[in-house]
Write a protein that binds this ligand. Structure first.
Ligand code: AR6
Length: 172
């Protein structure tokens, strides 16, 4: 499994699945969530409404679900709910679960390539370095445990600063 770190807009990535840093409502929001909904078109919200029927109380923190990507270059969007530090959700295990569950969903879809944003490192207030550390830990373990289908995992970071942190933490 190849691991790449890129700077840019995740909504432009031509990979099998992109991961959305959503919230429990799955009804859209700001940040990368807003960008993904705008780029995918209104069908994405309708698909999220369908998924929500299975989670009347909202998608729990650390879980992940998939929808089609509609107008996006990517075939699927995997929506995960990161921990919100401002709400006292400080357990790195919850963040690790987001990455792990998203990879498991990607694998179950048969995705060969998946792109991640810096989950919880924006509005949800986590330190970029901590997010990167958790992300690499989970993705490398997932690769080491043997996931033949998944060939490429990208981290697509919006700002140069975030890209530098991810490169630094990855040792690249
Ligand atoms: N491509 C890649 N990364 C992006 C993009 C983009 N187009 N846009 C923003 N980012 P955030 P969170 C970066 O706040 O912290 C939403 O309202 C951004 O610079 O999007 O998990 C949801 O609905 C930051 O580095 O997600 C939730 O309510 C990273 O993506 C809440 O925000 C994550 O920032 C989730 O907060």
């Amino acid at each position: 499994m190849r691991l790449e770190i890129l700077q840019g807009d995740i909504t432009t990535r031509d990979v099998d699945a992109i991961v959305n840093a959503a919230n429990s409502s799955l009804m859209g929001g700001g940040g990368v969530d807003g960008a993904i909904h705008r780029a995918a078109g209104p069908e994405l919200l309708a698909a999220c409404r369908e998924v929500r029927k299975e989670y009347p109380g909202g998608l729990p923190v650390g879980r992940a679900v998939a929808t089609p990507g509609f107008n996006l270059p990517s075939r699927w969007v995997i929506h995960t709910v990161g921990p919100n530090r401002h709400a006292g959700q400080t357990d790195p295990g919850l963040l690790a679960s987001c990455f792990r569950e998203s990879l498991a969903v990607a694998e179950s879809l048969g995705a060969r390539s998946v792109a991640f944003p810096a989950i919880s490192a924006g509005i949800y207030g986590w330190d970029a370095r901590e997010v990167a550390t958790v992300a690499f830990d989970v993705v490398r373990n997932f690769g080491a445990d043997g996931s033949p289908a998944l060939e490429l995992v990208e981290f697509v970071l919006f700002s140069p600063e975030m890209t530098t942190v991810f490169r630094d933490v990855s040792g690249a």
